[in-house]
Design a protein around this ligand. Structure first.
Ligand SMILES: *[C@@H]1O[C@H](CO)[C@@H](O)[C@H](O)[C@H]1NC(C)=O
Ligand SMILES: *[C@@H]1O[C@H](CO)[C@@H](O)[C@H](O)[C@H]1NC(C)=O
Ligand SMILES: *[C@@H]1O[C@H](CO)[C@@H](O)[C@H](O)[C@H]1NC(C)=O
Ligand SMILES: *[C@@H]1O[C@H](CO)[C@@H](O)[C@H](O)[C@H]1NC(C)=O
Ligand SMILES: *[C@@H]1O[C@H](CO)[C@@H](O)[C@H](O)[C@H]1NC(C)=O
Ligand SMILES: *[C@@H]1O[C@H](CO)[C@@H](O)[C@H](O)[C@H]1NC(C)=O
Length: 607
């Protein structure tokens, strides 16, 4: 756009069917083209790649503005057999902005190409290396429209498609990738930072500078750093298929392909399938260092989202063996996603006795302890999750170490209360289960009071599974900030849970309280920030000084991220230690019994 005077813009708009323009003029220095829906003629370029439904061409008269991409996609399966990579061509067609969902960004392309002329053949085609001078992706922010915090609320206050900001490619990741739209690029020294999707799409980083790198080679999301320097590798152009068992941190052969935008993300369509050249070692992490010593001094407490666990689940034995071999049979285990006795069969059964006894026997069969369990059945079909599954949170506990303090289980709809002592009205009991603003189609937290077998050391727990991020929009999507699915409900859930906990601490500021589970949210986003400030609890990742880049329990898109947390009251922060056991994020989907990693703490609950 740099050399286009305002007079020629006006002329181009007026003679909308006869303009001869360059590719950089078509792309312009914004997300969307100012030539949108116009017919352009005599566009010249070098064919750099071909796909099943079109070709990519690069300008042979580039401008000096790095924000205006020099390449473009020509969408037409008819043109594919008519050109060869290395041809210098001229054509006309219509400039079009395409997206398949209103939550996505538009791709600028030329459609209905006509008047194809092959100007010359056999020209050299050289990809641009990402990471070379002037082609270095920004590492923290995605777009100016996020105003410095991609998780800031409220979400969806602006749309890239209507604001169409001028690209600032050295500052913002989306601007950077847009400035290379259609370009043939190479990623050198590539590392996989996700597992492949069901289509084989895999997120990677290359030889460029990155932030948030963890010891496994992935990128961990941190406050102010959601890793826009990563790019997804999509379907190969030659009809081959990316491997489906690539793991986090795997080394890959150099990747060459074209940059496009599809299915909510900027992506590289590689010329051929990804090739794994190395896998990180060891394949699996070591087991926890923490072992339940038997008393109040070093109580081990695990937490594990066991992903829709039913008695007949094929992954049940692996979950059992994880609890034995990786968590070393903690004294207390917070479980999430325990299904009812017939799993997803959608009938009136809500009891999970068979699920939990099957799990407990599998644990003892695997050489673990003989656990007892505590849970409360939900009201049928009222707590969300897989239809019919009636997932709930539950506790496994080692009755040789701890027991429920004056057990008195509540029903599905009885609201637990903090009594003087402090003590719980129901043990265990669900928190405010009739609060529809907080808990519609979501799991109710389960509060319990425990004591060591001598009755001397008491502590409280709250097991949570907040509502999921389903229904959100992608980090590369149109709404800014992106829609964080379920965030308003999670704020209410955090508030209700925190106020219950703060009542225990109001009764006794020295009470020992452990809250753990799948919060479905990051520590630096409002629901968790609110939870910490209102509950008075401390984030165990911080107490245990776990490095920020090692705080993850889940892989999603380009990020290693932490949805699962443990928070404890002041009186049990002393000598507290904590570990995330990455045995599921590190392995292919088929080898992982759950999409979450388990975590484990060692806590002193002596009084
Ligand atoms: C396009 O190129 C042809 C010949 O190559 C020329 O006759 C025509 O005037 C050009 N059109 C425009 C709009 O520049
Ligand atoms: C294609 O060529 C014809 C004949 O020269 C011309 O009339 C027409 O404008 C051209 N169309 C485009 C889009 O270049
Ligand atoms: C490709 O070549 C075929 C056969 O010559 C022709 O019919 C078709 O119009 C050409 N398509 C384009 C986009 O040039
Ligand atoms: C974002 O807001 C726009 C209106 O500005 C609306 O049309 C769109 O549906 C919203 N997107 C999402 C994902 O909520
Ligand atoms: C729970 O299930 C076990 C068998 O798995 C059975 O022995 C026991 O009676 C059941 N308990 C209740 C309360 O249903
Ligand atoms: C919750 O609602 C049910 C009816 O749906 C009622 O039986 C129960 O008493 C209510 N619980 C509380 C704590 O209000």
């Amino acid at each position: 756009m740099k050399f286009l005077s305002s007079l020629s813009v006006a002329a181009a708009l007026f003679f909308s069917s006869i303009s001869a323009v360059t590719i950089s003029e078509i792309n312009g220095n914004k997300f969307q083209s100012s030539y949108k829906n116009q017919v352009v003629s005599n566009v010249t370029g070098l064919v750099t790649a071909k796909g099943p439904n079109g070709i990519w061409m690069r300008s042979i008269t580039p401008d000096n503005d790095a924000s205006t991409s020099e390449s473009i996609y020509v969408f037409s399966s008819g043109i594919v057999p008519n050109v060869t990579v290395g041809d210098s061509i001229m054509l006309g067609g219509r400039v079009s902005e395409y997206r398949s969902s209103s939550a996505y960004l538009y791709l600028t392309e030329i459609t209905s190409p006509v008047n194809l002329t092959i100007v010359s053949k056999g020209n050299t085609v050289k990809p641009i290396t990402i990471g070379d001078k002037n082609t270095v992706p920004p590492t923290e922010q995605y777009t100016s429209l996020d105003k410095g915090d991609i998780f800031g609320l409220p979400n969806n206050q602006s749309l890239i498609s209507t604001t169409n900001p001028v690209l600032q490619r050295t500052k913002f990741g989306l601007d950077f990738w847009e400035s290379l739209s259609g370009e043939l690029v190479t990623v050198k020294k590539a590392t996989a930072i996700s597992k492949p999707s069901s289509f084989g799409d895999t997120w990677v980083i290359g030889s460029w500078k990155v932030t948030g790198k963890n010891s496994r080679g992935g990128l961990t999301m941190r406050p102010g750093d959601a890793n826009p320097e990563a790019i997804i590798i999509g379907t190969p152009l030659d009809g081959t298929r990316n491997p489906d068992d690539t793991v986090l941190g795997a080394g890959l052969a150099d990747i060459t392909g074209v940059i496009t935008y599809a299915f909510g993300f900027y992506r590289i369509l590689p010329l051929t399938a990804l090739k794994v050249t190395s896998s990180p070692s060891p394949a699996l992490p070591p087991a926890t260092k923490f072992v339940a010593a038997g008393g109040c001094k070093e109580l081990t407490v695990g937490s594990y989202n066991v992903e829709n666990l039913a008695p007949s689940s094929a992954h049940l034995p692996t979950i059992a063996s994880d609890i034995v071999n990786y968590l070393k049979s903690p004294a207390l285990v917070f479980l999430q996603e325990i299904q009812d006795d017939n799993g997803p069969t959608n009938d009136a059964i809500v009891d999970a006795n068979v699920t939990l006894t099957t799990l407990a026997s599998a644990i003892s069969d695997a050489g673990g302890v003989s656990y007892e369990f505590a849970d409360i059945d939900p009201v049928d079909d009222q707590d969300g999750g897989q239809p019919g599954g009636n997932i709930r949170v539950a506790y496994l506990y080692n009755p040789k170490i701890i027991r429920l303090s004056n057990p008195n289980p509540g029903t599905s709809t009885q609201a637990n209360e903090v009594l003087p002592g402090p003590a719980l009205k129901y043990n265990p009991g669900r928190i405010d289960p009739n609060n529809t603003a907080a808990w519609t189609a979501s799991r109710k937290p389960l509060a319990a009071a425990w004591e060591t077998l001598d009755g001397k050391n008491k502590f409280f727990t709250v097991n949570v599974h907040f509502t999921s991020k389903g229904g959100g929009s992608s980090l590369h999507g149109d709404p800014r900030t992106p829609v964080n699915g379920g965030v308003d409900q999670r704020i209410t859930q955090a508030d209700v849970t925190a106020s219950f906990i703060s009542q225990i601490l109001a009764e006794d500021p020295n009470a020992g309280i452990i809250t753990a589970g799948d919060f479905n949210e990051f520590a630096f986003v409002k629901p968790i920030e609110d939870f910490v400030s209102k509950s008075g609890l401390k984030d165990l990742d911080v107490i245990a000084k776990i490095k920020d880049v090692e705080r993850y329990t889940y892989l999603f898109d380009m990020n290693c991220q932490q949805l699962d947390h443990m928070f404890v009251s002041n009186s049990i922060t002393k000598k507290a230690d904590y570990e995330h056991i990455h045995k599921n994020t590190w392995v292919p989907y088929d080898d992982a019994p759950s999409d979450h990693d388990p975590s484990i703490a060692k806590l002193n609950v002596c009084q």
